[in-house]
Design a protein around this ligand. Structure first.
Ligand SMILES: NC(=O)c1ccc[n+]([C@@H]2O[C@H](COP(=O)([O-])OP(=O)(O)OC[C@H]3O[C@@H](n4cnc5c(N)ncnc54)[C@H](O)[C@@H]3O)[C@@H](O)[C@H]2O)c1
Length: 263
């Protein structure tokens, strides 16, 4: 594709998933070596194998991001394999409990926070020193449009995603002097295996989630990956502490229909 990320080494949590995997594949096409991290070794290995097959450099690492020692070991393994880390992407997330606060079990609530939020803290905790040692780089944390607005029964998911954005602003402040930029991406409705499981078919997903959106459709993994490649690259060299909505206009549109008035 290009060489936006030539000589970079990226560690990507949730890299075996749809969006994390898409980002890993795009980063590899842009010249980066990739440590694909996922709680599922199989999923991580599959993405790493795809990248290797296309001539890229990648390894798969099993990591539960809620476990500090595993995050620390994953960062060390990436440095051992590729000599440095310049780029961190946090894309892991778990299924969050649905329901109002009376219905959500404390253990489910805590697991959502552990994976979606504390896991990001831990991956940063054990990676930022390596990025500093490499002379600087970039962090891209995956939030969600649902961190900008609420959804009924999704307090755990929505609040972890809002927290991710604020966490990343402070990360940007703390690490700006080390030449490390930190930003979030807030995807809107993106078609993935998970959304297909929820909505059945792509057509139905588009109908339920895309109708009323400004662009009238759901987004693709590749569209999120393109935004991540931009934010991780020098093309975004003066961008830090911000959130990039990749939501087809979902967040900007508060109405219930897209009726257009004659001009
Ligand atoms: N798909 C969407 O429409 C959408 C919209 C907005 C935001 N997002 C965000 O994008 C990110 C990726 O979502 P996705 O749709 O690709 O989902 P996904 O389920 O395909 O990917 C998530 C990955 O995280 C991994 N994971 C789960 N728990 C983990 C743990 N404890 N440690 C390490 N890895 C773990 C899973 O195995 C999976 O591979 C998530 O942060 C999600 O909240 C997705």
């Amino acid at each position: 594709m290009g060489c936006l990320l030539k000589d970079r080494v990226a560690i990507i949590s949730g890299g075996g998933g749809d969006i994390g995997g898409g980002i890993a594949r795009r980063f590899a096409l842009e010249g980066a070596a990739i440590a694909v991290c996922d709680i599922s070794q199989d999923k991580a290995d599959k993405v790493a194998a795809d990248i290797q097959q296309k001539g890229g450099r990648a390894i798969g690492i099993a990591v539960d991001v809620s476990k500090p020692e595993q995050c620390e070991a994953a960062a060390a393994r990436a440095v051992e394999a590729f000599g440095k880390i310049t780029t961190l992407v946090n894309a892991s997330a778990t299924v969050s409990p649905d329901g109002n606060v009376e219905k959500i079990q404390l253990a489910d609530w805590q697991r959502a926070l552990d994976v979606n939020f504390t896991g990001m803290f831990l991956m940063c905790k054990y990676t930022m020193g390596h990025i500093r040692a490499a002379g600087g780089g970039a962090v891209v944390n995956i939030a969600s449009s649902h961190g900008h607005f609420g959804l009924p029964g999704r307090s755990a998911y929505c609040s972890t995603k809002a927290a991710v954005m604020h966490f990343t602003r402070v990360l940007a402040i703390d690490y700006g002097p080390d030449n490390i930029r930190a930003n979030t991406i807030s995807p809107g409705p993106i078609d993935t295996e998970r959304s297909l499981r929820r909505y059945g078919t792509r057509e139905n997903s588009n109908k339920v989630r895309g109708v009323g959106q400004v662009l009238g459709r759901t987004g693709t993994v590749e569209e999120v990956a393109a935004a991540a490649a931009f934010l991780a690259s020098d093309e975004a060299s003066f961008i830090t502490g911000t959130d990039l909505l990749v939501d087809g206009g979902q967040t900007s549109f508060k109405g219930s229909s897209l009726e257009r008035y004659p001009s």
